[in-house]
Unconditional design. Structure first.
Length: 256
């Protein structure tokens, strides 16, 4: 198996994992008629949450818009948070279906990573409910903390997203970078992309139409990294903040 085929296999596995987590939460075993009703409620709820947010959303109004009784609504979705998370999962399922294109064998590592970063930026428009919830991270985190299934699903998704990003960055940078450094670089890249998406429209200095240039800037920065540089920098900061570590390091230099 060539390195390119191996990478595609890893990415396929991670994307399948992402879709599997979402679909397991969103679509329980049920008849086609019940699934159609569930989907109708999710679509109605998405529009309602977008308009009113989570706190002001009304399950009664969502039931009316979806054309189901309140009892039936709670039969499908036991809580308002479960319904919100189902709406987010529905958006996510469609979003990650598009990620299957990243498996194209003809793409270079650079093209794959740039495409994925571009999808993350496009997520701002293609997944409006997710964008709204990201902008209200603290409130959403407080609510979700009391619901184990939703919290576990959210954590599993974030873990799978990081695995996909790590695979793409490792492919771009090559074998000169060890696993520990790839993990650090991937975490920084993830935080940078997420941070850009959370900047309010009124404060953003770069319009969405120019995010392709931001993706290019991110990748160019990654390509100029030197193996070991980040780990050395991280260790150096630890030594400066800890006199004991600095003293040990100095003794090692004298011995050499």
């Amino acid at each position: 198996m060539t390195e390119k085929v191996k990478l595609v296999s890893i990415m396929t596995e991670v994307i399948d994992q992402l879709l599997g987590v979402l679909q397991a939460f969103l679509w329980p075993q049920e008849r086609e008629k019940q699934r159609a009703k569930r989907q109708r409620v999710v679509v109605a709820a998405t529009h309602h949450f977008l308009r009113y947010g989570y706190q002001k959303a009304s399950m009664d109004e969502i039931a009316i818009k979806a054309g189901v009784s309140k009892g039936a609504l709670y039969l499908y979705f036991p809580s308002k948070l479960n319904l919100l998370f189902s709406a987010l999962a529905y958006e996510g399922e469609q979003y990650y279906q598009h990620h299957l294109a990243v498996k194209d064998l003809q793409w270079t590592p650079r093209q794959r990573l740039k495409w994925m970063i571009g999808q993350s930026f496009a997520h701002h428009e293609t997944s409006p409910l997710s964008t709204k919830m990201r902008s209200q991270t603290s409130d959403f985190s407080l609510v979700i903390a009391d619901y184990s299934q939703e919290r576990e699903t959210s954590e599993a998704l974030r873990h799978a997203e990081m695995n996909l990003l790590k695979a793409l960055i490792a492919d771009l940078l090559g074998s000169s970078f060890d696993e520990a450094e790839i993990k650090i670089i991937s975490g920084m890249t993830y935080d940078l992309i997420t941070g850009l998406l959370l900047v309010p429209e009124t404060l953003r200095q770069t319009p969405l139409s120019q995010f392709d240039q931001i993706a290019e800037l991110i990748i160019s920065g990654l390509e100029h990294l030197k193996p070991g540089a980040l780990l050395e920098s991280k260790n150096g900061e630890a030594e400066r903040s800890n006199p004991i570590l600095a003293d040990v390091s100095q003794k090692n230099v004298v011995r050499q």
